[in-house]
Ligand binder design. Structure first.
Ligand code: ATP
Ligand code: MG
Length: 596
């Protein structure tokens, strides 16, 4: 049902970084990966040194690090040498403000060059960076500033005025607000980021940094509950660097574009740190999603490696159906594009194949979490794709499937857990701790952190199955799976099947309690542009579901909903669909899209 396997060319023009999966995996060690970085001159490891300074003192000094496409389409560039100076200046600004090791610096910014200056300057100063989505409303901003003990906030005048100014008194620890762009002089209690940065010296000696020093604080997406703050250390850069080579196939000459918002972990690990650690040119789009704009950027910027998300691909698919003449993508020269990857949600097989037909390249799904800090499971450039599978564990990553008990949690007996040995059997995805970017704690929540481990494994909270060849297939969140008439149903499988119907743009599937079946599958469906929600279409979709999935798994009920609730990172919030359906409390809505 997952369609044909997609095979790769035997001799691609650019030889992939990983060619023999088994050999690379068995030869790989993290200490070898560490040797691929340079370390601080006096010893220690600092993310910003790896991402910027070491290139600035090499042949790459004059290479373009950032190619920024402004909203008006004008393009400006920043070289590695210039980025080293700007980040040194910002580190100096922090130091002169008395902000030091471990102090928290928050950004509330869209993608812009100053974001890179703030993030990397903070890391140079051994302070801790926490990025926020610029689309957050005042409540989630205040909540996170307080929870994260923010000392400094870097934002714009408009965002400050709308989201922070009135709440400032309730975040007493917030001592410095630095305003990017104009407007600081009219806002009491703020200072101009640009003035401070341009007045600071353009060299800064990075203080000794231990690989275990805290570098980043990331809040999770809040898909399954209140967002959690995951703490990451400088050593994570080892994993960012290694996984970007293997899973994104980054080569030094690449032009790379990551569309993830900087407020989400992908926008940090793979939008900032990993590509710069590789010394590639990073495209920074300051504008918002627009199908034409995106195709234009891919074409005009000669993007070679593109990292995006299923929700973005689905929007492009809506604008450019596979059956269509593809006028839009064909009017741009996408010939530079070599590798496309996606993360964040299950990538339905339809999207993988759409990529091949419309972009000329299949989409490579990969899996990871805020907690893991880097890609854990991926489809690789050199390897076949099984559409619908998230691929296989990265070199250095030890994954398994654990058996679950009656209560839906991983079965723990006598302190031990049981691995599912047989192929194609569902269980919880678990990872052996020890990779460098594993989170070191949930902020202020030791108990929750401890509860995430059992029998020597980190429990991901995601259900998967592994096929006989070792490929992982996402089933659902442990919190989302539906038990219906004795069957365990992953909502993604049902959503994926529905999305293959030409009328369906997107679907969110939940279990609705039922006295007979335990739960029945209910699907909320948004339709493609111009399609009318009629009783006939409802019947057709129910029948289509039964044909594809069989009566035990197919939805019993369909509701049309053009505005499926989603998180800011683009994930369908099934918990909210369920809460609305059942009249339950809606829980934490801070990451719900469209509420700013
Ligand atoms: P919260 O933990 O607050 O509920 P979240 O889990 O959505 O939110 P993230 O850390 O941003 O927060 O997302 C990681 C999760 O996203 C994974 O645990 C998984 O459920 C889902 N995910 C990521 N990539 C994939 C993928 N390729 N296929 C399926 N699911 C994915
Ligand atoms: Mg999670």
């Amino acid at each position: 049902m997952h369609g044909e396997t997609i095979h790769k060319e035997a001799a691609p023009a650019v030889p992939p970084r990983l060619t023999d999966y088994d050999r690379t995996r068995s030869a790989f060690t993290w200490s070898q990966a560490r040797a691929g970085l340079s370390g601080l001159p006096g010893g220690g490891l600092n993310m910003a040194h790896e991402a910027v300074d070491r290139h600035a003192s090499s042949d790459l000094a004059d290479k373009v690090a950032l190619r920024c496409v402004a909203r008006d389409d004008s393009v400006s560039t920043v070289t590695y040498a210039e980025l080293a100076r700007r980040t040194a200046r910002f580190a100096g600004v922090l130091r002169s403000l008395g902000v030091g090791r471990g102090d928290r610096v928050f950004t509330l910014l869209g993608r812009c060059p100053e974001l890179y200056t703030a993030v990397l300057g903070t890391l140079k100063n051994t302070s801790v960076l926490c990025p926020l989505f610029s689309a957050f409303g005042p409540d989630p901003v205040e909540q996170r500033l307080r929870l994260g003990d923010a000392r400094v906030l870097v934002t714009t005048a408009a965002l400050y005025r709308r989201k922070v100014a009135e709440r400032r008194a309730s975040v007493p620890g917030l001592k410095h607000v630095l305003i990017v762009g104009p407007g600081a002089e009219e806002l009491p209690g703020t200072a101009s980021f640009d003035d401070l940065v341009s007045a600071a010296p353009d060299t800064f000696a990075v203080p000794p940094t231990s690989p275990e020093d805290t570098a980043l604080l990331h809040f999770t997406s809040g898909t399954t509950g209140a967002p959690k703050g995951a703490v990451h250390v400088h050593e994570a850069v080892v994993a960012h660097h290694a996984t970007a080579a293997y899973a994104l196939d980054l080569h030094p000459e690449d032009v790379y574009w990551c569309t993830a918002d900087p407020g989400w972990v992908t926008g940090m690990s793979y939008g900032i740190i990993a590509p710069l650690a590789h010394g590639v040119t990073v495209v920074v789009d300051e504008g918002d999603y627009d199908a034409r704009r995106w195709y234009r950027i891919l074409g005009e910027q000669r993007v070679t490696v593109w990292y995006t998300a299923p929700t973005a691909l689905r929007m492009l698919m809506r604008a450019t159906p596979r059956q269509g003449p593809y006028d839009l993508p064909r009017s741009y020269d996408l010939s530079a594009l070599r590798f496309v990857a996606s993360v964040g949600e299950p990538l339905n097989p339809e999207a993988v194949v759409w990529g091949r037909d419309v972009l000329g390249l299949p989409v490579h799904d990969n899996w990871w979490q805020t907690e893991t800090g880097c890609i854990m499971i991926a489809n690789f450039a050199a390897c076949e794709i099984r559409p619908g599978s998230m691929g296989r564990p990265l070199p250095g990553v030890d994954a398994t499937v654990l058996k679950r008990g009656e209560d839906g949690r991983v079965l723990v007996t006598g302190g031990g857990v049981t691995e599912v040995e047989s192929p194609d059997v569902e269980g919880e995805l678990a990872l052996r701790p020890g990779w460098p970017s594993m989170f070191r704690g949930y902020l202020h929540d030791r108990e929750r952190y401890d509860a995430a481990f059992a029998g020597g494994w980190y429990l991901t909270g995601d259900l998967v199955r592994r096929d006989a060849d070792g490929w992982y297939w996402f089933v659902g969140r442990a919190d989302d799976v539906i038990k219906s008439a004795g069957h365990l149903i992953g909502p993604f499988e049902v959503e994926s099947a529905l999305m293959e119907h030409p009328a369906v743009a997107e679907a969110g599937v939940i279990g609705r309690p039922d006295p007979v079946a335990g739960n029945v599958v209910k699907a909320f469906v948004s339709l493609r542009h111009g399609v009318e929600p009629t009783p006939d279409l409802e019947r057709e979709l129910l029948a289509f579901g039964r044909r594809r999935l069989g009566p035990a798994v197919a939805p019993r009920e369909i509701a049309f909903d053009q505005n499926l609730p989603r998180t800011r990172s683009g994930k369908v919030m099934r918990r909210l669909l369920r809460a609305r359906e059942l009249g339950l409390p809606t829980g934490d809505l801070s990451t719900l899209e469209g509420t700013a």
